[in-house]
Ligand binder design. Structure first.
Ligand code: URA
Length: 233
């Protein structure tokens, strides 16, 4: 430690680590010899294992952290390339997704597949997930406590995948990731930042099914994303 600036950086690192632990559900640890040894070895390459989607899925388990678990059939964790450059984040599973345990496999999912393919990509090349992993009854909007219970896992997924781009589909995905209440109509079509990742909000495919005229706006947004990703149009 050489000066005040280094000290401030170190304090900030500790703060970020504690915040990350809090978000992942850690509520403290004991001071046993074993625990202290683990803490001492944090950041040591030989002992710290990298975050993986498999590990996150195991930690999620048969999640009962919020009331949505009472009515769900399947947790919809996310699907696709674990090293994707581009992540699509939607709102939450619908009935088809709940039945199959896969994201975006219903009517809105079919439209999302078309959008992905129009971008000269495949579903296998990208990663697809949602802000919440269980279907709200009757497809109602997710409630703040449900989002808060689920969000730490999505944040870990994003951290594990390390994408360069996130396409936030619809109000809930955009407002949650960007921690804002600005309407999607104002957020869409330009890049925002989430932890150094470029986030492009656009309208949700389910909204497009109800308002086909907005497809034109989404295609304009996707062209911007393709350009930024270096995909020839
Ligand atoms: N809508 C979403 O937001 N996500 C899905 O997985 C399906 C529909």
């Amino acid at each position: 430690m050489t000066n005040r600036k280094d000290f401030a950086v170190a304090i900030n690192d500790v703060k970020n680590t504690l915040q990350f632990l809090d978000e992942t559900g850690c509520r403290g640890f004991d001071c046993s010899k074993k625990s202290l040894e683990i803490v001492k070895n944090w950041g040591n390459k030989k002992t710290s294992s990298p975050e993986t989607l498999e590990k996150i899925r195991i930690d999620l388990g048969d999640c009962r952290r919020c009331k949505l678990s009472n009515d769900r059939n399947n947790i919809v964790f996310g699907a696709g390339n674990s090293m994707a450059r581009l992540v699509f984040a939607g709102e939450g599973p619908g009935s088809e997704e709940d039945k199959r345990g896969e994201p975006f496999v219903g009517a809105a999912g079919k439209l999302l597949t078309k959008i992905i393919e129009a971008m000269k990509l495949t579903r296998e090349q990208v990663y697809i997930c949602n802000i919440i992993k269980c279907r709200p009854p009757g497809n109602r909007n997710p409630l703040p406590d449900e989002i808060n219970a689920c969000l730490p896992f999505l944040k870990r997924q994003i951290k594990a995948i390390k994408p360069n781009f996130i396409c936030a589909l619809g109000t809930f995905a955009a407002q949650t990731l960007l921690n804002t209440k600005i309407p999607i109509s104002k957020l869409r079509g330009r890049f925002h930042d989430y932890m150094g990742i470029k986030v492009l909000p656009t309208y949700h495919p389910a909204y497009l099914l109800r308002n086909p005229i907005k497809k034109r706006d989404v295609w304009e947004d996707m062209k911007k994303l393709m350009k930024e990703m270096g995909i020839n149009q």
